[in-house]
Design a binder for this molecule. Structure first.
Ligand SMILES: [Zn+2]
Ligand SMILES: [Zn+2]
Length: 856
């Protein structure tokens, strides 16, 4: 049988209206595909070291199954495969795809926030061993360092990155802050190796070069642009910084912004299913030993003779599925249109090509490219049965639902301190395309097997009314909110003159270790005046948080940031910096304001990372003027006149009298800072540290202290081991400092919603939440919010108290060596409560958080 029919059921729900259409696709059965199945990637081999017990068992089981599958020698393609949108390509959530089969999991692109979305939506990273990257741009690789650390902590033994060859340099560069990454075997499969084959599919890498590549060559200034779609700070600024020298030329040569990789993915064929009822009807010996060989023959497409009767395979088997093809293509700017649209390898999967045409093309393509005639015509060359999925800024979808939920509920307590989240809305209209297409939504699926169809069951709704209703049903919550309102307005009336609006502090990320659904990692924006802002730490996803906080005003906000302080080089404190710098440059250009570099107050060692990223990946050095943290320590001698002038300029820009740093008790080269404004207020920020006298010294009499409080009081030993502070230790430092007010942040992700309160809490202490916005006049109000907060999260607090008490009983002194049994208990208490949460996942994340704390 040479041809067969596949019913392609498209189930699309457009604005709540279900629309279904059945399309019949004719396809040639092609055995020629098999000839290319010669490449076999050897299975993962393991050393002795395993980071955790549970993952080890899982992984060994996986490897054994893999081996037994490959020993059978025949191809039993996967029976369930789907492509799922993770990040839909909106401004706050870069485009990424998760591909699932029962044998493998894949990720296509990994921008900032990808692992946070995967965690929230339960797309397990534990089985991710292949990541495909369409381009070496921060947009696509920004979340990769954090993802790799998580894969390592989860116990994934090996991960292969496919795409641009510069990924090797990228991996090398991230080791400058992550350490040697010995527990996970990382390798790069550049596009020159062409093909990846595993149990699920064969993936062909198709290199596409920008049009002007041959005209200008790799050494021209343009090839070093941060993004092909953007203009970069001028080369003369680069010269001005004195960085263009012989090595500078070498650096530019090592980058290649003119390359994107498309991926053609072909599922393995799957033999048809044996239809028992039909076989019985035809008199085949179903249920006896004799049926085995008959089924094998029939499934292999052979006609058999039974009881003198000829039985053809199509009478008792569903047809063999030769394996559909889907294509993932990024066309980031006009320069790549020609390359994509004339590419011969991609053309093979269009109408009249040498292969079966693609059933799905995923376009990571901006509207400006989609609306060109050439790209439109290229899309039209696929048959009408090909589905087109588009990921770009034009999408309209909410990704971080849990963050919206908690913010909506906190907003009920105080609408200004917990403002509602916003969404950035793209201004240009959607291109008018002549082919049917689907705009991406977070978690939208296209299933390839068993039935080809769009699936929206995972797409979750984000309804503020529901969130408000849920909170309103919490016992006593509305009463507490009412009380809180009354006390707050009484407090506000007492202020004879309305207090100053500035400085204003916006907490963008208040969790530690790794980004999770409710708390993102460190980032705190200090709006010094209506026109000047300073950022304290910049963990992965800080820009996304800014987008969700400021919506359409995010460009204006970015344009005001003149200074970024990085406390230390743990991934949860600085891996959002590069994106912030690129986006700030874009924002300035779009607002028509002149570009000027930011002042980057950061450990000197950050230059190893940024320098390597600049050398091999994208231009970044012209975006900032670096002031090493140690030059702001008391008694530091600033010998370089350039650094001296940067310091003076930074102080002037922010209207600051002084900016001091000190070495703290955390990892090597970890710093805290404090700064004094000309109007007299002082802010002190701890970064990550155990209680530290040097910090007390530079923070003396601070108006506001922001101090990390990673762990609860009873976990002091664990805090010492991981060199963090407990709640009471943080408050103690504030008291020693004589701070007017103390805000706690950097909570372990085990306190996702709310941390445990200690007896040391007073009316001078507040706890931070992501997207919380405070100014100094709110100090009186903040403690008044606590009863309402405690009521809203009563269940979580009770649960944590229970765990604490049980730990206490078991080990009166409170030890951190009890993490495993604590986790078991955590699970048990959850099950007893009948909680709906996915226990395994919570436990897994809890354990990763525990491990990662050592390096956060
Ligand atoms: Zn940290
Ligand atoms: Zn740290």
């Amino acid at each position: 049988m040479n041809s067969f029919h596949v019913r392609l059921c498209r189930l699309l729900v457009v604005k709540g209206r279900a629309l279904s259409a059945a399309v019949t696709v004719s396809r040639r059965h092609s055995s020629s595909h098999r000839s290319v199945f010669h490449f076999y990637r050897s299975m993962a081999t393991f050393g002795d070291q395993f980071p955790a017990k549970r993952p080890q068992k899982q992984t060994l089981r996986r490897v054994k199954t893999k081996e037994s599958r490959s020993k059978r020698g025949d191809v039993h393609g996967p029976s369930t495969v789907y492509v799922q949108v993770v990040g839909a390509g909106s401004r706050d959530s870069p485009a990424s795809l998760y591909v699932f089969s029962e044998f493998n999991r894949y990720l296509f692109n990994c921008g900032e926030g990808t692992q946070r979305l995967m965690q929230e939506h339960k797309l397990k990273a534990a089985r991710l061993d292949n990541i495909f990257l369409t381009r070496l741009s921060w947009e696509n690789v920004g979340g990769l360092s954090g993802m790799i650390l998580t894969l390592k902590d989860t116990g994934v033994p090996e991960c292969v990155l496919s795409g641009p060859p510069q990924l090797r340099n990228y991996l090398h560069a991230i080791k400058s802050f992550s350490g040697p990454l010995v527990d996970i075997k990382l390798s790069v499969r550049p596009y020159t190796e062409e093909m990846h084959r595993d149990e699920t599919m064969t993936v062909y890498q198709v290199p596409i070069f920008a049009k002007s590549r041959s005209d200008r060559g790799r050494n021209s200034s343009k090839s070093g642009r941060s993004s092909p779609a953007q203009s970069s700070p001028k080369r003369d600024e680069f010269h001005h910084n004195g960085r263009v020298d012989e090595s500078g030329e070498r650096r530019v040569a090592a980058r290649d912004a003119s390359l994107v990789i498309a991926f053609v993915c072909k599922l393995h064929p799957k033999k048809g299913n044996f239809l028992v009822a039909q076989a019985k009807e035809l008199g085949l010996p179903v249920g006896t030993a004799a049926i085995g060989p008959l089924i094998t023959a029939l499934k292999d497409g052979k006609t058999i003779v039974h009881d003198g009767k000829e039985i053809r395979p199509e009478q008792v088997c569903t047809p063999t599925d030769p394996g559909p093809v889907f294509i993932v293509v990024e066309c980031p700017s006009e320069e790549f249109i020609e390359g994509v649209c004339t590419n011969q390898q991609l053309r093979r999967y269009q109408t009249g090509g040498a292969e079966d045409s693609a059933v799905l093309v995923v376009h990571m393509t901006p509207e400006s490219v989609l609306e060109t005639d050439q790209y439109k015509e290229w899309m039209e060359r696929f048959p009408s049965t090909t589905e087109h999925l588009i990921l770009n800024e034009q999408v309209c979808t909410v990704h971080n639902i849990r963050s919206h939920k908690i913010q909506t509920q906190l907003n009920m307590i105080h609408p200004e301190i917990f403002p509602e989240l916003k969404a950035y809305k793209a201004k240009q209209p959607q291109a008018a395309l002549h082919v049917p297409n689907v705009r991406a939504e977070c978690l939208l699926k296209f299933q390839l097997r068993p039935v080809m169809e769009w699936q929206r069951d995972a797409v979750s709704s984000c309804s503020s009314e529901e969130f408000v209703k849920e909170a309103s049903e919490v016992t006593n919550f509305l009463e507490e909110v009412e009380k809180c309102r009354r006390t707050c307005s009484a407090e506000e009336r007492e202020l004879s003159v309305p207090g100053e609006k500035y400085p204003e502090v916006v907490f963008l990320g208040t969790g530690s270790a790794l980004p999770m659904k409710i708390r993102n990692v460190s980032g705190t924006l200090v709006n010094i005046s209506p026109s000047q802002s300073l950022l304290l730490d910049c963990g992965e996803g800080t820009f996304g948080q800014l987008c969700r906080h400021y919506g359409d005003d995010v460009d204006d906000t970015l344009s005001k940031i003149s200074t970024v302080f990085i406390s230390h080089l743990h991934a949860d404190h600085h891996t959002g910096l590069i994106k912030l710098l690129y986006q700030r440059q874009r924002a300035l250009a779009s607002l028509g304001r002149p570009f000027s570099p930011i002042y980057l107050v950061a450990p000197a060692q950050i230059m190893a990372w940024l320098g390597q990223y600049h050398d091999y990946c994208e231009e970044i050095l012209s975006h900032f003027n670096h002031i090493p943290n140690r030059f702001l320590c008391d008694d530091a001698e600033v010998s370089k006149p350039k650094t001296h002038s940067f310091i003076q300029a930074m102080l002037k820009k922010n209207n600051l009298e002084e900016f001091r740093t000190c070495v703290v008790r955390h990892c090597k080269n970890a710093f805290a800072c404090s700064f004094v404004h000309q109007s007299g207020w002082k802010l002190a920020f701890s970064g990550d540290t155990m209680p530290c006298d040097a910090f007390v010294n530079i923070g003396k009499n601070a108006t506001l202290l922001i101090h990390e409080a990673t762990l609860e009081d009873e976990l002091e030993e664990e805090a010492v081991e991981k060199r963090h502070s407990t709640t009471s230790q943080a408050i103690g430092i504030g008291m020693k400092m004589n701070a007017d007010f103390i805000m706690l942040n950097h909570f372990s992700q085990r306190y996702a919603k709310i941390p445990l309160f200690s007896e040391d809490f007073s009316d001078k202490v507040g706890i931070s939440f992501d997207h919380m916005k405070i100014c100094f006049r709110d100090f009186k109000i903040l403690p008044k919010l606590i009863p309402a907060l405690k009521t809203l999260f009563a269940e979580e607090l009770e649960e944590m108290e229970e765990r604490r008490e049980k730990r206490e009983l078991r080990n009166p002194r409170g030890s951190s060596n009890e993490v495993v049994s604590e986790q078991k208990m955590f699970r048990r208490s959850e099950v007893e409560r009948g909680a709906k949460r996915d226990q395994e996942e919570e436990e897994e994340m809890h354990s990763i958080d525990t491990k990662r704390l050592k390096t956060s």
